[in-house]
Design a protein around this ligand. Structure first.
Ligand code: SF4
Ligand code: SF4
Length: 378
């Protein structure tokens, strides 16, 4: 049986440490022998927004630079990029590149994606999405490497290798994907379709410094000290969920991958190189469990009661809110708006996608789990 997942220690982001850890993690999976001279390899990184590497919100640029060096030694042309929240154009994305320290990639001999064409992807095999807007630079590459960051996530509880492909959707088209796939299960099924469509040749995870708590943007960095390599994003996420103390029912993308047979039901069913338990952090701080309960079949008064008592949703810290309106700008349901300089959320309209929490520049939005839900869970 060939190795599915490999995990290696990496103490910090010193270039030589990261490069050695990536090379060591890749070795049990056959290394980079598949890379041929002249090939264009796209590194799909996580650049959630214009956030510094120290925030642990983005894949660390030294990881991307180290992988770039390894690929260039094989004769590949390397292009790294992502479609963050916001417009998929040069002005916006280059600002994200500069804030995230992506010049490390160009110093290593790679390129930052400068192709902002979009296209319609057609994927008849998709379970939830068969046609969707897509960033053409990934289509034009000979191979894609998924280089994800391990973080908590308000909606999906964890964001890692599968969720990273939401960034293959052009930024301004993401809200409509949220709106079209409102239930947590359907949204995560859509993410699995995107990962299948992208079919990365290789998956890597930056788990040197992860993000716990109020992820994916405003959580707290937590050191794990690992680089993970995997044959598929589904197998990578199965192991990563365990590393941060989540079981499959707590990580809906993993649950969907298991249900589809894209990974085994338990990470121990994988062929793994390296000691997973040595890196696991059982007390990793998770966001409140998002169940995104569908109350639509109930009567209006019961629906309102259940939503107030049990529904996980975004909560605004009015003291931290500066009234910038970014939450209203990204809200796919028109539920967030700014009134008298402070954000407000209409709970009846809210579809609990947590885009507002993800993109609030002040970290003023958290995932709120009502008291009744917490009591009954216990
Ligand atoms: S994005 Fe954050 S700071 Fe800006 S209005 Fe919304 S809650 Fe307030
Ligand atoms: S208010 Fe926030 S969580 Fe609710 S629909 Fe809008 S962006 Fe999504």
């Amino acid at each position: 049986m060939s190795v599915n997942v490999s995990i290696r220690p990496c103490a910090d982001y010193a270039p030589e440490h990261v490069e050695a850890a990536i090379a060591a993690a890749l070795e049990p999976l056959g290394g980079l022998d598949w890379v041929k001279p002249g090939m264009t390899v796209a590194i799909k990184t996580n650049l959630i927004s214009r956030m510094a590497p120290e925030s642990a919100a983005v894949t660390h640029p030294e990881c991307l630079a180290a992988l770039t060096r390894l690929l260039i030694r094989r004769g590949a042309r390397v292009v790294a990029g992502d479609s963050s929240g916001g417009p998929f154009n040069a002005a916006w994305i280059h600002a994200v590149y500069s804030g995230a320290g992506m010049s490390a990639v160009t110093k290593a001999g790679g390129e930052l994606n400068n192709d902002f064409d979009t296209m319609e992807a057609v994927f008849p095999e998709g379970k939830t999405v068969k046609r969707f807007p897509y960033t053409a630079w990934l289509h034009r590459a000979d191979a894609i490497i998924d280089f994800a960051k391990l973080k908590t996530h308000g909606m999906a509880n964890m964001t890692c290798a599968v969720k990273n492909f939401f960034g293959s959707i052009p930024g301004t088209r993401k809200p409509e994907m949220h709106y079209m796939h409102q239930s947590l299960e359907e949204f995560c099924s859509m993410l699995c379709d995107l990962a299948l469509y992208n079919a990365p040749r290789l998956t890597l995870v930056d788990a040197v410094d992860c993000m716990e708590g109020n992820g994916p943007s405003h959580g707290t960095p937590r050191h794990m000290g690992a680089i993970i390599a995997a044959d598929t994003p589904f197998n990578a996420d199965l192991v990563c969920a365990h590393l941060i103390g989540l079981d499959a029912t707590d990580a809906p993308t993993v649950a969907e991958s298991i249900a589809r047979g894209l990974c085994p039901a338990d990470w121990r069913g994988l062929d793994i190189s390296g000691d997973v338990e040595a890196f696991a952090i059982p007390d990793f701080k998770k966001p409140p469990r998002n169940r995104n309960i569908n109350f639509s079949s109930q009567s209006p008064w019961l629906r309102a009661f259940l939503r107030r008592g049990f529904g996980t949703g975004p909560k605004i810290n009015r003291g931290m809110c500066v009234g910038c309106g970014k939450c209203a700008g990204v809200c796919p349901a028109g539920a967030a708006r700014v009134l008298k300089g402070k954000a407000r959320i209409d709970a009846k309209k809210c579809i609990r996608c947590f885009c507002c929490q993800e993109f609030c520049p002040k970290g003023a939005i958290t995932v709120h789990r009502p008291l009744l839900a917490r009591i009954t869970a216990k």
